[in-house]
Design a protein around this ligand. Structure first.
Ligand code: SF4
Length: 243
């Protein structure tokens, strides 16, 4: 693909209009554009059609802008890892010009110049995401890439942000995850009231398991000043594409 083509085309796995299910804008009607392709391989990835077995069709930036124009003011660019794709920067600038509110969901391991972004929703991946048993070769790559502190600092400094950590809802996993999160937040100097911009979300995609996980994780949130991260789309629709 030529450089010009790569700047105007994005491989899209799905696009749809629904309610934002996670983070500070939970419940807000939004257009979702899910880009296919990721530099990580979380063992529990909930969108494997963008990572382990990527699929999708190439779409022009113009076409995606038109799709969003016909939907709500809020747009969520997700993946996969959207920041891997140069065309995303042009897409965000076009969406900004059309007065959309732009959320970008990212694991925070990649930087992309010239982005327009109203909320960078960062989901750094914890140690339990590494697929040691599933795929040792990918596990080594994933482990080497999953936390890029310098890049996280740069993103936190550049845009309004939230941090969303996927945590295990049972012990001893939950305590291990909390220890890793606290260490990272200390390194990133996220402290005081800013800790309420840190969401802890249960790993499960089983609607029946959410309530118990919320209660366990909620205790940690109260003790530590984090925010309980909902997975509203799972509660409402189950683990269903296009929601
Ligand atoms: S970063 Fe996101 S899309 Fe990539 S493997 Fe992990 S959960 Fe899946």
């Amino acid at each position: 693909m030529s450089g010009a083509a790569s700047r105007s085309l994005l491989r899209i796995q799905e696009r749809f209009v629904s309610l934002q299910g996670e983070g500070s804008l939970v419940g807000v009607p939004s257009s979702f554009v899910r880009v296919s392709g990721c530099n990580l391989r979380c063992v529990w990835c909930d969108s494997p059609a963008t990572s382990w077995a990527p699929e999708g069709v190439q779409a022009e930036v113009d076409e995606i802008v038109d799709f969003c124009r016909r939907g709500p003011p809020h747009v969520v660019l997700t993946g996969g890892e959207p920041l891997l794709f140069p065309a995303l920067a042009a897409l965000t600038r076009r969406l900004r010009a059309a007065a959309h509110h732009i959320t970008i969901e990212s694991a925070g391991t990649v930087w992309l110049d010239d982005l327009a972004c109203d909320l960078i929703s960062l989901s750094p991946k914890l140690a339990h995401s590494t697929p040691w048993e599933r795929d040792p070769r990918w596990a080594r790559a994933h482990e080497g890439r999953r936390l890029d502190v310098a890049n996280l600092r740069r993103l936190l400094g550049a845009f309004p942000w939230q941090l969303k950590f996927v945590v295990r809802g049972e012990e001893p996993g939950l305590s291990e995850d909390l220890e890793e999160i606290e260490s990272l937040l200390t390194t990133l100097e996220v402290e005081g009231a800013a800790r309420a911009q840190v969401f802890l979300m249960p790993e499960t995609v089983d609607p029946g398991a959410l309530a118990v996980a919320y209660r366990r994780i909620g205790v940690a949130c109260v003790e530590r000043g984090f925010r309980l991260g909902q997975r509203l789309h799972i509660q409402l629709y189950g683990h269903t594409p296009g929601t």
